[in-house]
Design a protein around this ligand. Sequence first.
Ligand SMILES: C[S@@+](CC[C@H](N)C(=O)[O-])C[C@H]1O[C@@H](n2cnc3c(N)ncnc32)[C@H](O)[C@@H]1O
Length: 302
Amino acid sequence: MNSSIMNFPNRGKYGNNRYPGNCSGYVILELLKHYQPKKFVEVFAGGGTGVDVAQSLGMDNSLHLDLNPKYGGWNALKDDMPVGSDFVFSHPAYHDIIAYSGNAWGNEPHPDDLSRCASYEEFVKKLDHINAKIYSSLRNGGKHAILVGDVRRKGDYFSIIKDMNWIGKVESHIIKTQHNTSTANKSYGNNKLIRIDHEHLLVFKKNDVWSIPVAVTRKVEQNMKDSTLPSWRDIVQTAMEDLGGKANLHELYHVIGDTKKAKKNQHWQAKVRQTLQLSDEFHPIRRGFWGLTFSKNIKTAI
Ligand SMILES: C[S@@+](CC[C@H](N)C(=O)[O-])C[C@H]1O[C@@H](n2cnc3c(N)ncnc32)[C@H](O)[C@@H]1O
């Protein structure tokens, strides 16, 4: 394994190729050959891909866990990690893209099935909990390799790796190309959305016995009106959009007057007029009435 890109068009002879959302055995094979762990634990073992890979390498002490009763019905949310190890591979559900309990196995949805979360936020929270648990179980110097996909839902893009906590020191970030996905031939709405053809394989290392580095994503909603960072062009453009793309000076002053940028400049109204004059993105429709368009010539843009 000498590249941060993985591409395995075939999944190999490992595991159940009909198990929904299974991964190529070569992913696990490459990781095991590279890290050569003394003890390998697989969380979310699914259709047995990791079991077969471990067996093919002659490993006789690996452990494969899944809520699926076929793998003992081990519940990542409620049950303890049964052993310590120097390498954990985990391949969680892709939020609710594929339902496991009551679909891939069992007759009923299981309340702790990661693929049965009521919301994306609940899914990420539960995944964080499981990842923290996996990390705690590692021996110092051990690795947690997690294979995570991105999700598109009704046109919205969800980057699970961006939203989940990063627990431990990142050692590698590998992009894995995806093949034979259920969405491969799906056209998204107006077809302008780019198909997701990759997954992320993140490798976290435990570097200290007690201390745990955690990177957390903070989501905030900012208001451009409260910032002096936007240029006058940005401000006038935004006010124009707010006003439907056409506006008179009075309307523009009304919208722009309560921006931080205006409050900090006593000549702000002159600044607005100057901006309208200088950029060809703003064109006069009639005296004192302006429209928003796109710049035709980069040289005339301010
Ligand atoms: C993406 S699949 C893993 C596929 C596997 N790598 C393979 O190649 O077949 C995710 C798995 O997570 C399991 N799962 C969901 N919630 C779980 C939980 N709370 N505890 C343990 N396993 C869970 C599902 O049963 C499913 O098998």
